[in-house]
Design a protein around this ligand. Structure first.
Ligand code: IPE
Ligand code: IPE
Ligand code: MG
Length: 267
């Protein structure tokens, strides 16, 4: 059997263990470890970023096939500007190149593409490609791919606070009308359900300023695999792990309601 067939078979074996009724609708991913992957192989960090793009394509396909509806990926954080100019320029150029070569396939797959973050500092050429890709795919409704670029969770929350302060100042809303729903409506992810699952690759156990508001009750899965080595098999493992979790949201779902009096609390 060829290696390709073996991989295919292992993925099928794993997908058999997935409960189709409990597939997360929205998965968020911190795609981390590109640089370390390349350095380990004695290659420039840029090789890791290039390989990372092909992994992203595989994961988009895998999540769509599984029945997820939304995938939100962290591609460039507000803190990533502190990297050497050469790496930042490489990444900005990579975003343009990937969009140019992939947009037709994305559209053919009925994927809606949305960029989340402050696009202001990016070159006009990249902004143009982003806007035209978003406009081309805006009516696609089989799957939503959010790409977070120049995105920071704190900056997003400050932006919402500023918008609401302005609306309150102008009399459009009253200060005491500010609630979670109104706050949500000003987020960059407005209208999108919060992710049920956050995956971070490369073993780092932090959020790194990603979706601070939206991840309030997401299940977190840390994979030790570096992003360029991540694949459908590792993604399915994350989903299976997610499905084994007991999501209590602060309650005690594992105990039947009547047992409240019957068990621990009766005298
Ligand atoms: C993630 O990989 C990609 C971006 C942040 C753009 P890194 O570039 O952070 O790779 P490591 O963490 O240094 O290995
Ligand atoms: C988070 O990864 C940002 C992206 C994946 C785009 P980083 O590599 O920038 O995060 P830290 O530096 O490990 O916190
Ligand atoms: Mg990193």
């Amino acid at each position: 059997m060829s290696l390709g067939k073996i991989i295919h078979k292992t993925n099928i074996d794993l997908s058999k263990r997935i409960d189709k009724q409990k597939v997360p609708e929205h998965v968020a991913i911190i795609m981390d470890g590109n640089g370390r992957w390349a350095t380990k192989k004695g290659l420039p960090r840029s090789f890791g970023h290039n390989k990372g793009v092909s992994v992203l394509k595989e994961i988009i396909k895998a999540s769509k096939k599984l029945g997820c509806k939304v995938l939100t990926v962290y591609a460039f954080s507000t803190e990533n500007w502190t990297r050497p100019t050469k790496e930042v320029d490489f990444l900005i150029n990579l975003f343009s190149e990937v969009l140019k070569t992939e947009i037709d396939e994305i559209h053919q797959e009925f994927i809606k593409l949305k960029f989340i973050g402050d696009l202001t500092p990016f070159p006009e050429t990249l902004k143009k490609i982003i806007y035209s890709s978003e406009s081309l795919t805006k009516n696609n409704n089989s799957f939503l791919l959010n790409v977070c670029v120049n995105y920071g969770g704190r900056q997003e929350i400050v932006k919402v606070a500023r918008e609401l302060a302005l609306k309150s100042y102008s009399g459009e809303i009253k200060p005491n009308e500010v609630n979670e729903e109104l706050f949500n409506s000003e987020l960059l992810t407005q209208g999108i359900k919060d992710p049920e699952l956050l995956i971070r690759t490369s073993g780092e156990k932090r959020i790194s300023n990603f979706l601070l508001w939206q991840l309030a009750y997401s299940e977190i899965y840390i994979s030790d695999v570096l992003w360029p080595d991540f694949n459908e098999f590792e993604f399915l493992k994350a989903i299976i792990d997610y499905q084994s979790r007991n999501r209590r949201f602060g309650g005690i779902e594992s105990l039947p309601k009547e047992s409240f009096e019957d068990s621990q609390y009766s005298s």
